[in-house]
Design a protein around this ligand. Structure first.
Ligand SMILES: [Zn+2]
Length: 441
């Protein structure tokens, strides 16, 4: 066994994995750092201002208050502020409008409202040359426009279900999601889901029937969303009582639940219909309803095992040639045992019964897998086009909403079985942009 071999072996077996781990650790640290954006600008009066004038702020815990202030400042500094007429825009105006944007998105990760960068404030309702009407606010092209007088009325009376700031910023969030070209993919999926869930109520308002929501929401689906946001924050309890399905959907979308005084995350138990934490052994004995895709079940584990086998191969070779007269038979036996060991735990990775889908990632430890209870699936999106095929399953896992592409795990006919199974469970399905099943309830 010569020196060069030992060095080579050490590099392959230790240095390379160590390098990967260290690199991953730094990347993780960097990511962690960049998610917390704390504005450098200090504003000692902000806490006082929000305590006096912003009801929502007073409901937050101290820890959340601090984050709320930081995010409000970051928003205020990020945006350009313009006066629509002669009114001077004060710090207080900037900060209160920013606070409204943060109230709306507090449950979400810090979000930019791009392409919107400029907020124009008029002192009162203003004349719009295009519509030939007086407006209190609007969101167009790249501008968010507000009448200060009506904005103040909106935050002053916090239970009349009218809040101009929330209304216009909800439009901005909605449009920003649409215009983000996929960057806010996750949010846009929930928006689509929200529209679908609320289509009955929307049609009801449109046809002039009485609804808990203001009739203005019947104008179009964008207005419906903005009006619903106003009701969500200003009258959460009656909203939940009269329109529970739409209310729940709004909770999931904004990741807060004002009726339960939860401003970050949602109360898990209410949405979480079935236990996700099922052991793989619990259903391993039942007959699987579907077949795994061959590449996922065998080819990927085989390639992974081969990749892992390189150090074993080198190690075995080195030891065998150093201490014994190298022979092929023991070498093959050692490698075979290794393959058997790796493949044994990885060959069957997908299990499905009437209530659960269990996916075990290749080469993950024996107890690590994704379990999705069918009842916790919000919707499934079957998308096929020229370049790709995807089956996204969006489901609730504790208080989080997750999306997983399951296409790679199954054969084509199994995907059809899954689709049938989801429909039987009344799960909303979208295929080629058409929702095929409306959730009953
Ligand atoms: Zn509107």
């Amino acid at each position: 066994m010569d020196f060069a071999n030992i060095v080579f072996f050490i590099i392959i077996a230790f240095v390379v994995p160590l390098f990967i781990v260290i690199q991953g650790f730094y990347k993780y640290k960097k990511e962690k750092k960049s998610t917390i954006t704390v504005s450098k600008i200090n504003h000692p009066n902000l806490h006082k201002l929000l305590t006096e004038k912003y009801t929502y702020y007073n409901k937050l815990s101290n820890e959340y208050k601090e984050e709320f202030c930081n995010r409000t400042l970051a928003f205020a500094n990020h945006f350009k502020w313009q006066s629509g007429n002669e009114t001077e825009i004060t710090d207080e105006m900037r900060l209160l409008v920013s606070a409204t944007a943060i109230q709306l998105t507090f449950g979400l990760k810090q979000i930019d409202f791009s392409p919107f960068e400029t907020i124009i404030i008029y002192s009162d309702a203003y004349y719009n040359n295009l519509t030939h009407k007086f407006h209190k606010g609007e969101v167009n092209n790249r501008y968010i426009i507000l009448s200060w007088k009506h904005f103040v009325e909106g935050i002053k009376i916090d239970n009349d279900k009218i809040n101009l700031g929330l209304h216009e910023l909800a439009h901005a969030l909605d449009l920003s999601t649409v215009l983000s070209k996929g960057r806010k993919f996750y949010l846009s999926r929930l928006m689509v889901h929200f529209r679908n869930i609320s289509s009955d109520e929307f049609m009801k308002i449109r046809s002039g029937m009485p609804s808990f929501l203001r009739s203005y929401g019947g104008n179009n689906l964008r207005e419906f969303f903005s009006v619903a946001v106003e009701h969500f924050f200003e009258a959460p309890l009656p909203f939940k009582k009269f329109l529970p399905v739409i209310y729940d959907e709004m909770c999931l979308l904004l990741n807060q639940d004002p009726a339960s005084n939860i401003y970050r995350g949602v109360e898990a138990n209410r949405f979480y219909k079935q236990n996700n934490n099922l052991s793989i052994n619990d259903i391993a004995k039942t007959k699987p309803l579907v077949k795994s895709n061959i590449s996922f079940a065998i080819i990927i584990p085989f390639i992974s095992a081969t990749f892992l086998a390189i150090p074993v191969y080198l190690f075995t070779m080195t030891i065998l040639s150093a201490f014994f007269n190298f022979t092929l038979i023991p070498f093959i036996i050692i490698i075979a045992i290794f393959y058997w060991f790796v493949l044994k735990n990885n060959i069957r990775k997908i299990l499905i019964d009437k209530n659960h889908i269990i996916i075990k990632q290749p080469l993950s430890s024996i107890n690590k897998y994704t379990t999705i209870a069918i009842k916790n699936i919000l919707y499934a999106d079957f998308r096929v086009n020229n370049t790709y095929e995807k089956v996204d399953i969006t489901y609730i896992d504790k208080s989080e909403i997750k999306t997983k592409d399951i296409k790679m795990y199954f054969t084509k006919s199994s995907l059809i079985t899954i689709k049938k199974m989801l429909l039987q469970n009344e799960i909303l399905i979208r295929q080629n942009n058409i929702w095929s099943k409306k959730q009953s309830k």
